[in-house]
Design a binder for this molecule. Structure first.
Ligand code: AHM
Ligand code: MG
Length: 337
């Protein structure tokens, strides 16, 4: 019988063998995973749990909040605030940071999350997920403030997501490759199912919301036009397109079989760098993708090198199979000369 390795066992063994997962970080990851299990239960109940539909409120970005956005946010906060591993949290669904209340011990880590990514898919029973990013509080800073979160993505101590689809899968990096765990619903535990996730360097599959094509800049349009020309065009191969409209699910496909995901800047709101958020969407996904051998840029620069200036900052995103990401980035840099 093949040995089943649970998330707890995996983390403890990593700690023993390589010593790169400090005790507090291990606790943090386990607590996030436990919260994801609770979110998965609510997601699975759907209409029977009266969790579908809108909550009648808007978040800081002016987006209508779904009931499950708020439930998932509360589950993550409640699970994480008392364990002593965190100093503060930040979320897509909260304007400011959430400092761990005084009645609990304070830890050294900062946790950021998009509690339920792909909100537009909640009510239509399509895959959604939780994305998280972990930073260490800067050394020597007394207390904790928003500025402590504004660190470039390459400083992340861990990142991951949990996708709630036909299976519930937790995907994790602590900077030493990418691993996947599948939730065993009967046992209630995450079981290691993929321990060396690798994204192929080449791909014939792209993911972009094509309905925005008329709003893109010229290099983005050039890249997609060339893909659409297929085997008789300059690329010399036929491409396939997928767009789930849950970044979590699109990135999961790319980590599983390759591909390139794009949410570029467009002319609809020229002052916004993009739709997706840097700190709790793009950074954790870029960390995972790079750790699996892929690449991630904002069409010009490596995402993980961007210095954030705001918690809810937006960014253009191109990530996935290395050679495609490099080609798209090259088109943008050439056009900018
Ligand atoms: P959300 O965090 O409010 O759910 O928004 C982010 C989502 C991504 O998951 C997805 O890639 C994108 O928005 C889809 O956008 P669009 O509806 O423009 O296709
Ligand atoms: Mg999101």
């Amino acid at each position: 019988m093949t040995r089943r390795i649970s998330l707890t066992q995996y983390l403890i063994e990593q700690q023993r063998q390589h010593g790169h997962i400090p005790q507090e970080l291990r606790l943090l990851i386990e607590v996030v995973a436990r919260a994801c299990k609770r979110i998965a239960i609510s997601v699975n109940k759907g209409a029977l749990g009266e969790v579908l539909g809108t909550a009648g409120s808007e978040n800081v970005q002016g987006e209508v909040q779904k009931k499950l956005d708020i439930i998932a946010n509360e589950v993550l906060i409640e699970a994480n605030e008392w364990g002593g591993h965190l100093a503060a949290m930040a979320s897509e669904e909260m304007e400011g940071i959430y400092v761990v209340p005084n009645r609990f011990p304070q830890g050294e880590y900062l946790l950021m999350f998009d509690p339920l990514d792909g909100s537009s898919n909640i009510d239509v029973n399509v895959s959604i997920g939780t994305i998280f990013s972990v930073l260490k509080k800067p050394e020597g800073s007394a207390g904790v403030c928003e500025a402590d979160f504004l660190q470039p993505g390459h400083q992340q101590a861990a990142a991951g997501y949990c996708v709630y689809g036909p299976q519930t899968t937790l995907v994790l990096t602590v900077g030493d490759g990418v691993v996947m765990f599948t939730l065993d619903r009967e046992q209630g535990s995450f079981v290691l199912t993929e321990d060396e996730v690798k994204i192929p360097e080449d791909t014939k599959e792209f993911a972009i919301n094509m309905s925005n094509m008329r709003h893109w800049d010229a290099p983005m349009k050039r890249y997609i036009d060339e893909c659409l020309e297929g085997s008789t065009g300059v690329r010399g191969k036929d491409f396939n397109m997928r767009w789930i409209a849950s970044m979590v699910a699109d990135v999961h496909r790319i980590l599983t079989r390759g591909g390139v995901f794009m949410y570029p800047w467009d002319k609809r709101e020229p002052n916004k760098a993009g739709k997706l958020r840097l700190m709790y969407e793009a950074n954790p996904m870029a960390f995972l993708v790079e750790q699996a051998g892929g690449a991630a840029t904002n069409t010009r620069q490596r995402i993980l090198d961007l210095q954030p200036s705001q918690l809810h900052e937006r960014v253009s995103v191109v990530l996935g199979s290395k050679n495609e990401v490099e080609q798209i980035t090259r088109y943008h840099l050439e056009a900018g000369k």
